[in-house]
Design a protein around this ligand. Structure first.
Ligand SMILES: NC(=O)N[C@@H](CC(=O)O)C(=O)O
Ligand SMILES: [Zn+2]
Ligand SMILES: [Zn+2]
Length: 346
């Protein structure tokens, strides 16, 4: 057995699922991502959501303006699909450089009230996307209150994903932030038009993390952490080297005060140490050699975008995450706040 490496150099990676928010929050969180990633797919679930090409262009300008001095970070913009997104918005979106549309089932997650109430309502727009080759990014959970929260992703596969795939076989679909064995198996067995992102926290944690010594709001995200058997299936999928799985942090910043109250918003803030968290997970899976393709090749290949040039280097050097970070007028706690991680970005 070769000794554990002390450094790991990979092609500059991208984050294929990220929440940047807006205003002071955007300015606070963007530098963490811009330091690690060349590009990121920026989620459109602002209030109000980013539903038009014009809004995406304006949001992109605000992101570019918030970049740290000298940063060449490139935001990849998305539109929030609603019941009423007109099919001709797709042409405008593509002309404006929008790379995908995001499907939030109405009420499924943070800022999803304007989401889709019945996917069939969006069929003319999906038709236009399939023709244009514009991917659909999916928050894959049903919202049926009869379905147990821990089963909502698995049920979504049968109720929504399979019919969608059958009706739009050549629509590119990314099953975002998958959390279950069922989703990992579904994507692995699907054709080349289906892919998935996997977060670092779903690779590192199972649902027990929510309850260690008391309720842990900073581990609460949607889709919620699942049993260990699901985490192991996600690790196996990421470590398999399959081109269908790629890095999407789903870093979702919420002020600490909003996480630490009687009703806690969903989202884990992982941007300050995203790559180190992934390195830890891939090492656990004995698959550090698979991290580069997962983080830097599979995403652009699926989206039909060029791979990045340049590299980043991780060092096996303990790195302690701050207890809290500034977040506009408030503070925010990164996942693993105050803890020491085995890897750090050079
Ligand atoms: N993942 C989360 O728990 N939260 C995300 C929304 C989402 O990606 O579902 C957010 O915007 O806060
Ligand atoms: Zn989501
Ligand atoms: Zn998200």
């Amino acid at each position: 057995m070769s000794p554990a490496p002390t450094t790991l150099t990979i092609t500059r990676p991208d984050d294929w699922h990220l929440h940047l928010r807006d205003g002071a929050a955007l300015a606070a969180v963007l530098p963490y991502t811009a330091r690690e990633f060349a590009r990121a797919i920026v989620m459109p679930n602002l209030r109000p959501p980013v539903t038009t090409a014009a809004q995406a262009t304006a949001y992109r300008e605000r992101i570019l303006a918030a970049r740290p001095e000298g940063s060449d970070f490139e935001p990849l913009m998305t539109l929030y699909l609603t019941d009423n997104t007109p099919p001709d918005e797709i042409t405008k979106a593509q002309a404006a450089g929008v790379v995908a549309l995001k499907l939030y089932p109405a009420g499924a997650t943070t800022n999803s009230d304007a989401g889709v109430t019945d996917i069939r309502r969006t069929y003319p727009t999906l038709e236009a996307m399939q023709r244009a080759g514009l991917p659909l990014l999916v928050h894959g959970e049903v919202t049926d209150p009869e379905v147990d929260v821990f089963d909502r992703e698995a049920v979504f596969i049968d109720r929504v994903m399979r019919p969608l795939r059958a009706d739009f076989p050549e629509l590119k679909v990314v099953f975002e932030h998958i959390t279950t064995k069922e989703a990992a198996e579904y994507v692995a067995g699907a054709d080349e038009f289906t892919a998935a992102t996997i977060t670092a926290h779903h690779l590192l944690y199972d649902r027990n993390a929510l309850f260690v010594g008391g309720l842990r709001p900073h581990y609460y995200c949607l889709p919620v952490l699942k049993r260990a058997v699901h985490r192991h299936a996600l690790l196996a999928a990421a470590a398999s080297g399959s081109r269908k799985f790629f890095l999407g942090t789903d870093s979702a910043p919420h002020a600490a005060a909003l996480k630490e109250q009687s009703v806690c918003g969903a989202g884990c803030f992982t941007a300050p140490a995203a790559l180190a968290l992934y390195a830890e997970a891939f090492e656990l899976a004995g698959a550090l050699d698979k991290l580069e393709a997962f983080a830097a090749f599979n995403g652009p290949d699926f989206y039909g975008l060029p791979r990045n040039t340049g590299t980043v280097t991780l060092r096996r050097e303990p790195f302690t995450l701050p207890e809290a970070l500034p977040f506009g007028d408030a503070t925010i706690k990164p996942l693993r706040a105050g803890e020491t991680l085995p890897w750090s970005l050079q």
